[in-house]
Design a protein around this ligand. Structure first.
Ligand SMILES: Cc1cc2nc3c(=O)[nH]c(=O)nc-3n(C[C@H](O)[C@H](O)[C@H](O)COP(=O)(O)OP(=O)(O)OC[C@H]3O[C@@H](n4cnc5c(N)ncnc54)[C@H](O)[C@@H]3O)c2cc1C
Length: 415
């Protein structure tokens, strides 16, 4: 068994760990810093992120608007973002020669469309700063000592450091250590998933998408669970930005209900039940000879219209002149208040994240240091912070890693 002394140990070689270590080293060049990574791959999630392109951050440069993209952690991140926000992320990477581009929906990627660009930048920067990077080095335990922390490795070697940063993402060991060191954990559950829906109205429509649907989960509480945006029908049920956002904001409620809840879809959010009825009566008068399922004057994919119309009519061959009041009511409900049932959750392969983690009020968000255990820091997904899809989760890793780095560098001068 061997013992090594360091100033700062970062546990976890992901986005938050690298950003924390690098910003510590930049701000205090005298420190001995190590990143300990359990696997043989550094920045493994960066590699697979954004479908292999790495959606680094989001073009939302106002901290007040930015926090609205975090179902958990928005309040705490407000001041953190005033110190390091997406513009700072862009500047940080661009000043290191990484060109970024913003897509129409606000997502920001490296122009190479290759996550390896981001990995190379972070690894090279850390190496140039003299940070020790140890892969295949799983940490087994953390023991608080008088002088700092003893880090027990799986190899039985012990590293010691005055300060440590836990950046272990959603790994259960990170939560376990946090608890042992006095913190409470908000139970970890999935966020950012698709909905499984088995319903004949959408059964054969995989691939059909609408640009702007309004989704609503009736939870019979004051808190509203609703989202607007693009929706994609899949073989399984529904996906797309509106569904993913709803899954994030509703992560706990959906979990508590075992992913079994009614979902209301308004396929035409510019209408409500009354205004759509008026519109349907107008259509009845103006195109009375047309067959209903062939004629939609709404901006809806043809196959979706046909399915909803067919579901509302007593027979598919009806022309508009023959539609009766009951059928107009049915169609109006289908278009603006269709009730579906979520029967489970699916995965969204481009991005997923954990809701839950270290309780935020136990940390000082100016420094990311624990209020309970001095010289213990946290950054990234290990915290009870998660964002919707679009680059917000990495922004959390960059911001909290950056703030931890500044404080680790500064604090080391005084302890
Ligand atoms: C498929 C996928 C795609 C995604 N795409 C995007 C995207 O495009 N944009 C976006 O903003 N977010 C994306 N996310 C979310 C984003 O990847 C995470 O929020 C982010 O990686 C969190 O960074 P982190 O450093 O906190 O944790 P992680 O990236 O999870 O890093 C933690 C590290 O700690 C290591 N570790 C754990 N336990 C130990 C231990 N005992 N000893 C030593 N090391 C340990 C792990 O091996 C890991 O390398 C995606 C997530 C997934 C799963």
């Amino acid at each position: 068994m061997m013992t090594y002394d360091l100033d700062v140990i970062v546990i976890g070689g992901g986005a938050a760990g690298f950003f924390g270590a690098i910003n510590t080293a930049i701000n205090n060049t005298n420190l001995k810093i190590a990143i300990l990574e359990a696997t043989n791959q550094l920045l493994g999630k960066v590699k697979i992120s954004g479908g292999g392109r790495c959606n680094v951050t989001h073009h939302c440069l106002n901290p007040t608007d930015l926090v609205n993209n975090y179902p958990r952690g928005g309040k705490e991140l407000r001041s953190a973002f005033s110190r390091f926000q997406p513009q700072d992320t862009i500047n940080w990477f661009e000043s290191r020669g990484i060109k970024l581009k913003t897509e129409a929906d606000g997502r920001i990627f490296p122009v190479t469309d290759d996550s390896q660009t981001i990995i190379d930048c972070l690894v090279k920067t850390a190496q140039n700063l003299g940070i020790k990077i140890l892969t295949k080095t799983p940490v087994k335990n953390i023991i608080k000592s008088e002088l700092g922390f003893n880090i027990l490795l799986k190899s039985e070697d012990i590293l010691t450091a005055k300060q440590i940063l836990i950046a272990t993402g959603s790994n259960p060991l990170g939560y376990e250590w946090a608890k042992k060191l006095g913190h409470s954990i908000q139970s970890p559950i999935p966020s950012l998933f698709t909905f499984k829906i088995n319903d004949k109205r959408i059964k054969d429509l995989a691939g059909v998408s609408v640009n702007n649907a309004f989704l609503y989960i009736d939870i019979k509480q004051k808190k509203k669970l609703e989202q607007k945006g693009a929706l994609l029908i899949t073989h399984w049920g529904v996906s797309g930005p509106a569904v993913l956002k709803l899954s994030a904001w509703g992560a706990r409620i959906l979990y508590d209900n075992k992913y079994n809840l009614p979902l209301i879809i308004n396929w035409l959010p510019e209408y409500n039940l009354e205004s759509i009825k008026q519109e349907l009566f107008k259509i009845k008068d103006t195109v009375s000879k047309q067959k209903i399922i062939n004629y939609s004057q709404f901006n809806l994919p043809k196959r979706l219209w046909q399915s909803l119309a067919s579901h509302s009519l007593s027979n598919d061959d009806k022309i508009w002149a023959d539609i009766n009041k009951k059928e107009i009511d049915n169609l109006a409900i289908e278009l603006t208040r269709g009730q579906y049932f979520i029967e489970g959750k699916g995965i969204f392969k481009d991005e997923f994240v954990t809701c839950g983690g270290v309780t935020l009020k136990e940390l000082d968000f100016k420094t990311m240091m624990s209020k309970i255990c001095p010289n213990l820091y946290f950054a990234g997904e290990v915290l009870d912070i998660d964002g919707v899809t679009g680059g917000f989760n990495f922004q959390n890793a960059w911001t909290t890693g950056y703030l931890a780095g500044l404080s680790l560098a500064e604090n080391n001068r005084i302890i």
